[in-house]
Design a protein around this ligand. Structure first.
Ligand code: ZN
Ligand code: ZN
Length: 897
């Protein structure tokens, strides 16, 4: 639907869509802006332009329109006081990691708190009505503006004033009346200064009118009246109309303080302390002028760099003032903003990584480090975390208990960055020497494959400026979670299956066949557990036919049989394989126990990433920053077995989703989003509480024993625990008794080395697709990408490397993928393996010289050894380490000449 079209229609009938009682009472007039054509409402007779095109735009900088000054926390206190006084329930913030929606990583607006998934629909569930909430929201698409514009944040507090118009709630008239009184009575803003601009909102199939309210050109809030659904013209009124008024808390503070930027009054004492430490050389007056220019002209130029250049010119700042005033200030603002974002995200259980939402967190931290290095700032990150939390805990007391965890995670991530710096530096120096012009796509690829941020490249002078679209493009690529589709079966008219395993859970039962087709059977009721939540399905027999798989399609359970199916309409006798079910059940409860054990031992950032439970084994993938040490595994296992031995009661209760969230918090969503209104809560005392649809033991001692058999870092930020429980664990102990006993210190050390190697390998493996993509785009000539030399000509492409950062695993995978992506490509890698050198050679199908074995033999001969293989793949090696370069030169000759 076209927003402009809706706006045109609504603005054509302002009495119906926009005129509220307040406008009448206060004598508001409706005017049209001669510059932009928007309609706005004002009391001020002399005001003829909309707030953004008016002369007084941003004049609050240096001259605020209020007598009282409120910083970030004080501004929230005023707002909360006003709304609770006026019948609103003040609700604590929700997590910034959006666990209750599978299409969002982060909470991006206050209304998102109250949106829940119901089948394929999004519904609203309010814990009270009306509500006021201070909701931190994370948005990464404007990252390049943060620190520069004075008002962009990577995380900001969106005050949500939310109401459903019913006996408790209200509609447009009261909403605007409240907002007006908030500004005038509570904040003391003169009513002549308050302007309402007509707008509309649409999204997710619904739409409605909205009124944005401004003071001196600053949009403080936007009251959205979601009222209609469907296509404009054919639309109907929603059963559940909603007011979603979102206001920026940072802006409320800013307008009363009149500081040059919103950053100056929203990070507590941090900004000032950093300025003192760094020393900024610019007069306050010039600073205000500069930021007014920036604010006023933000929409007038295509990108922020041009906005900056014009502001510098208009205010008449010399080079000195820019270098010693503006630049370090921007850096300080950026660092303070980014750390606050990391504090919220890590507190709520997110980890920086190279996948999913963790991606944005890693880039944010790398920007902090890059900025510190660029400006030569020696800042203690832990000290800044302390200052932020000390200040924020007045509004968000829950941050206190995560203080240590936030420091741990930022410390780990910082170290990781330092470790990769040498490699990054090499790449950057190489690029600089080659004088490549890098476009946005090149930069995105470099970040994705090597973790090199454009801030870093700017610092090393490889690029003159960060392209303004870099961060928005990157965050577009990483904003949404993919949701997968299930296979469709002809079940439209099939009644939903009664689920016996949630009731008496009989192991033998009679049922009626409602449908049978291909190898599938649908019954009127079933005790066969359908695959779900990582729990594997039950097996057994239906009418004598073996059941091999069971899946849920919507609310219908479909059984897959082997060797025949019973006829429709028939009553059948069904038997569940009890031994299998018991094994699976023990593993499922064990998964819950291990998940909480791992969190207790490792840290609050541990969440279930996914899980799989079979009859005789299971695995649990958890979010954690590094591979596990032997010691940690031991402790987790001990903790889990203590819970088993305590013989704790496992209770299952059904709750209304909202009630469960309020009672237990969002920790319950370990297994992901629950798409129904009633949630099934499985709790093991207060040790572990999860929303879960699986089968469980009644008391923990039934599990008898849990043994972790293997752990492995399977991707950045995710560790897999493979384990066995019950009889399978006893069996495991029996067969491994001897091995377990002779585990020596040496073995432990070896395992740790192996773990580290696995980690390195995993990192290299993750890099391969990005590298290949980069190589595919190289033009004629020779270039070096991450220490791989690439020569591209019409008919051939040759890649080679002797870099120590690559191991055998990398060479094989890289070579395979390269010749798959480009059949004219060849590859030769040489690497050290113990005391010898080895070589791996791949040659693509349509390569000019299709003879991998000849190349491997020639290379090996130079190295003092032998090679073998076929035309496509060959390997070899030798002992003479001084001949590496000569050998690679030979390979290059054989391919290119
Ligand atoms: Zn205008
Ligand atoms: Zn579960």
């Amino acid at each position: 639907m076209d927003k402009a079209e809706i706006l045109a229609k609504f603005s054509a009938d302002p009495d119906k869509y926009y005129k509220v009682n307040l406008f009448e009472e206060q004598g508001y007039q409706r005017k049209v802006c001669p510059t932009c054509g928007r309609f706005f409402w004002t009391i001020d007779e002399n005001r003829n332009y909309c707030p953004e095109d008016s002369d007084d735009t941003y004049s609050f900088i240096g001259d605020p329109p209020t007598l009282k000054r409120f910083d970030y926390s004080q501004a929230w206190n005023e707002i909360e006081l006003f709304f609770t006084k006026n019948g609103h329930t003040s609700v604590s913030r929700y997590p910034v990691v959006c666990r209750w929606r599978d299409d969002l990583y982060f909470t991006i607006a206050s209304i998102v708190n109250f949106q829940r998934v119901m089948g394929s629909k999004v519904v609203f569930e309010f814990p009270a009505n009306p509500i006021i909430v201070p909701q931190p929201c994370l948005r990464f698409k404007d990252l390049e503006n943060v620190g520069i514009t004075g008002r962009h944040f990577s995380s900001f507090c969106m005050i949500g004033q939310l109401s459903i118009p019913n006996e408790q709630g209200y509609w447009k008239d009261e909403c605007i009346d409240l907002d007006f009184r908030l500004l005038t009575n509570q904040f003391g803003i003169n009513k002549n200064e308050i302007v309402f601009v007509e707008d509309v909102w649409e999204g997710g199939g619904s739409f409605g009118s909205s009124l944005e309210y401004y003071v001196r050109g600053l949009e403080l809030g936007n009251a959205v009246f979601t009222e209609f659904q469907g296509e404009l013209g054919n639309h109907t009124v929603l059963d559940q109309k909603i007011i979603d008024m979102g206001a920026g808390l940072e802006r409320f503070a800013w307008i009363t303080m009149g500081t040059p930027t919103a950053y100056d009054c929203c990070f507590g004492p941090i900004t000032e302390k950093l300025i003192d430490k760094v020393g900024i050389d610019i007069e306050p007056d010039l600073l205000s002028q500069y930021f007014i220019e920036i604010a006023k002209n933000q929409e007038k130029y295509p990108n922020i760099l041009e906005v900056k250049n014009h502001a510098i010119a208009n205010v008449g700042l010399d080079q000195q003032k820019v270098l010693q005033g503006i630049n370090p200030l921007e850096g300080i603002y950026l660092i303070a903003d980014h750390i606050r974002t990391l504090i919220f995200a890590i507190s709520d259980g997110a980890l920086p990584s190279n996948v999913g939402g963790g991606y944005n967190l890693r880039i944010v931290l790398r920007r902090i480090i890059g900025t510190m290095q660029r400006l030569g700032l020696k800042l203690d990150l832990n000290e800044m975390i302390d200052m932020h939390i000390d200040y924020l805990k007045a509004t968000y007391p829950e941050l206190e208990e995560k203080r240590a965890d936030v420091k741990t995670i930022i410390g780990v991530e910082y170290k990781r960055y330092e470790e990769s710096k040498i490699r990054m530096e090499k790449i950057a120096i190489n690029l600089k020497a080659k004088k490549h012009v890098l476009n946005v796509n090149d930069l995105i690829r470099m970040y994705e494959s090597d973790g090199i941020t454009p801030d870093y490249l700017k610092e090393l002078d490889v690029i003159p400026e960060i392209p303004p679209t870099f961060y928005s493009k990157l965050s577009e690529l990483h904003q949404m979670v993919d949701t997968k589709q299930k296979e469709k079966l002809p079940l439209e008219n099939t009644a939903e299956t009664e689920l016996l395993f949630y009731g008496d859970d009989p192991r033998e039962f009679e049922a009626k066949v409602l449908g049978s087709f291909d190898k599938y059977v649908v019954l009127d009721k079933t005790s066969f557990y359908a695959r779900g939540g990582g729990q594997e399905p039950d097996h057994g027999t239906i009418s004598g036919f073996e059941v091999v798989d069971v899946n849920k399609h919507g609310n219908v359970v479909v059984h897959e049989l082997k060797d025949g199916i019973p006829k429709e309409g028939k009553t059948v006798h069904c038997i569940i394989d009890s031994k299998r079910r018991e094994g699976i059940t023990k593993h499922h409860t064990s998964t819950h126990i291990l998940n909480s054990s791992a969190r207790n031992i490792l840290g609050s950032w541990v969440w279930q990433n996914s899980a799989f439970k079979e009859e005789d084994h299971a695995r649990l993938d958890i979010t954690h920053h590094s591979a596990l040490t032997k010691e940690q595994v031991k402790k987790i296992e001990e903790c889990a077995n203590k819970i088993v031995q305590k013989d704790m009661q496992v209770t299952i209760e059904n709750f209304d989703r909202g009630t469960a969230e309020q009672k237990y918090g969002f920790r319950i969503y370990q297994g992901g989003v629950v798409p129904v209104k009633s949630v099934r809560i499985v709790s093991i005392g207060d040790f572990d509480v999860e929303a879960c649809g699986g089968t469980h033991v009644k008391k923990t001692k039934e599990i008898d024993l849990i043994k972790i058999t293997r752990t492995k870092r399977i991707q950045d930020g995710v560790v897999r625990l493979e384990f066995v429980a019950g009889p399978a664990a006893q069996e495991y102990v029996k067969t491994h008794e001897a091995d377990l006993a002779k585990l020596t210190a040496e073995d432990v050390a070896k395992e740790e080395r192996d773990n580290l190697r696995d980690q390195k390998k995993a990192e290299a493996r993750e890099k391969i697709p990005g590298l290949i993509e980069q190589i595919m785009e190289t033009k004629t000539g020779t270039t070096t990408i991450d220490e791989i030399e690439v020569t591209t000509a019409d008919a051939v492409r040759f890649c080679c490397t002797t870099s120590e950062q690559y191991d055998e695993y990398f060479h094989i995978n890289f070579g395979e993928k390269l010749i798959k992506a480009d059949s004219k490509a060849s590859y030769c890698g040489i690497f050290e393996a113990g005391s010898t050198l080895r070589t791996i050679v791949y040659v693509g199908e349509s390569s000019k010289n299709r003879n991998a074995v000849a190349i491997a033999k020639a290379v090996s001969e130079i190295l003092g050894g032998f090679g073998g293989g076929n035309n496509r793949f060959a390997q070899g090696g030798g002992k003479d380490k001084s001949k590496k370069d000569e050998a690679i030169k030979k390979a290059r000759q054989m391919v290119l000449e």
